[in-house]
Design a protein around this ligand. Structure first.
Ligand SMILES: C[S@@+](CC[C@H](N)C(=O)[O-])C[C@H]1O[C@@H](n2cnc3c(N)ncnc32)[C@H](O)[C@@H]1O
Length: 164
């Protein structure tokens, strides 16, 4: 007999599969993203006091991935105000162990750097300023990561062309 834990998981997966086939839900989702983007909706959220430029769904999805993967290093391109770095560091704090976050941004604004550096989660964070596609920056990242075993990379330094 299927355990209730597995049955619940299967029910959710079946619902997700059905929803991905539902064109009305897709259209409404796209419309909502496009309409809310006019007001820079994703800029309105924060994580532990720092602005995080993410949609709530994506934050939850990252939480699910991080809990599953339990990385010992998270490499993130695109720091901005630091919210996603703080989020990743806080997840590593909850997971336990000594996981670290390495953030890379082409332009770390002084006021953002200061706020990130005084945050309680900063003890798990290292920041590098430079382009994520610069070979020297890539070499620094390789060096930082060389003793890590389970690395998760999150690329958020590219502004996508509009889907709206
Ligand atoms: C959408 S924001 C990042 C948001 C952040 N991850 C968060 O969730 O709060 C994109 C950032 O990418 C940075 N960026 C743009 N081009 C870059 C590059 N070539 N290398 C590194 N960072 C870059 C920008 O300076 C900006 O701060």
């Amino acid at each position: 007999m299927t355990s209730p834990v597995i049955a619940f998981k299967q029910e959710c997966q079946a619902n997700i599969a059905k929803m991905t086939e539902d064109e009305k839900v897709q259209k409404l989702s796209r419309e909502w993203i496009c309409e809310s983007a006019k007001y820079k909706y994703s800029y309105n959220l924060s994580w532990m006091g720092r602005p995080i430029i993410q949609y709530p769904q994506d934050i939850i999805a990252m939480q699910e991935i991080l809990w599953q993967v339990k990385p010992d290093l998270i490499i993130e391109t695109g720091i901005a105000h630091g919210g996603s770095l703080i989020f990743s560091a806080s997840m590593l704090e909850l997971i336990g162990g000594d996981g670290q976050v390495l953030g890379i941004d082409i332009d770390i604004r002084e006021h953002n750097r200061a706020e990130i550096e005084k945050h309680p989660m900063f003890r798990r964070i290292t920041m590098v300023e430079g382009s994520s596609v610069d070979e020297n920056i890539a070499a620094q990242v390789f060096d930082f990561a060389k003793r890590k075993k389970n690395i998760l990379v999150c690329l958020d330094s590219c502004t996508p062309t509009s889907m709206c």
